[in-house]
Design a protein. Sequence first.
Length: 123
Amino acid sequence: MKKFKLTPRIKRRLDRLFSKYILGRANRICERCGAIGVKCDTAHIIPRPVIGLRWCPENALCLCVKCHKYGVDSFHQNPLAFYRWFSGAFGEEHITKLLKASEVEVTFSAEDVEEIEEMLKIA
């Protein structure tokens, strides 16, 4: 049996589907400031290199670029301020759940990738 490898090409394909899913879930409205009609990004709470949470909807938000990357209190410019907002909006237990999940080593099979793709396409 051939060993499955999560290639960069597969990751890009899943990333595109995941981003479309997250942005669609929020109707492209920033989940932090409520901005409408501006460029929005998919923002991961636990970073994408933690592969087990990379395509987990509970680990991502739709954020305008100001709230995600460039604003004074953005996720990237001021992680502490963002953490305070996130824990207030979603609860400490949500963060705790993500942190615990991030500690679990995950490998994906071809079947897992197919399931992720189907879940993201359906929504």
